[in-house]
Design a protein around this ligand. Structure first.
Ligand SMILES: N[C@@H](CCC(=O)N[C@@H](CS)C(=O)NCC(=O)O)C(=O)O
Length: 198
């Protein structure tokens, strides 16, 4: 059975949410970062970065929330969380899956730290541009791929929920509020929220 290494109130949320979306059984292995459990030799053998979440599926082991979302979507195709190979919708799916760690995450750090960067050199440009691009995409909705919910919504929705609603780091916008409300209405999101609260 899949093992999901997680810690309460962390980025583990997206991994919990995507597993809950599949409806498949999985074992949750509490790796409480407040106790330093992420720095034991046993856990570092699973994720040498010493970060949660991480996932083990037989001989397959991986970390990084977006990669976990992609892996789980492909592992359980019957859950319909990713357009299949060859489907043109896969282009947008991959775009948003990579946009989350590549642009949204650093934009959130930039907002939180007020870090100044040359926007030509910074891969995400700058925070306002990232949120403007996301805003325009979400104005169409209801999901990033239109009518079809996907694992890209899990990773982008988790990040926005964290940055806009929970931590209020990023100013809200009507499209963000609508999207976060749609994500929060999903039963799998709600189950993951209860688990993630610890
Ligand atoms: N890039 C990683 C980041 C994971 C991450 O930063 N996890 C934090 C909790 S939100 C963590 O494990 N911190 C523990 C530590 O650094 O010791 C991902 O997206 O999964």
């Amino acid at each position: 059975m899949i093992k999901l290494y997680w810690s309460p109130r962390t980025r583990s949320f997206s991994a919990l949410w995507v597993m809950e979306e599949t409806g498949q059984p999985y074992e949750r292995v509490l790796t409480d970062i407040s106790t330093g459990a992420q720095r034991t030799p046993e856990y570092l053998a699973i994720n040498p970065m010493g970060k949660v979440p991480a996932l083990q599926d037989g001989d397959a082991t991986l970390a990084e929330s977006a990669a976990i979302c992609a892996y789980v979507a492909e592992r359980f195709p019957e859950a319909g969380l990713a357009p299949p190979a060859g489907d043109p919708a896969r282009a947008k799916y991959l775009y948003w899956l990579f946009f989350a760690p590549g642009c949204i995450e650093p934009a959130m750090v930039q907002v939180a730290t007020k870090m100044e960067m040359n926007s030509v050199a910074a891969g995400w440009g700058e925070a306002n541009r990232v949120f403007d691009v996301l805003d325009r995409a979400l104005q169409q909705g209801p999901w990033l791929l239109g009518e079809k919910f996907s694992a890209a919504d899990v990773i982008v929705g988790s990040g926005l929920n964290f940055a806009v609603k929970l931590f209020k780091m990023v100013p809200s916008r009507p499209s963000f509020d609508r999207y976060i409300a749609a994500c929060s209405a999903r039963p799998a999101f709600q189950r993951a929220s209860v688990i993630a609260a610890g």
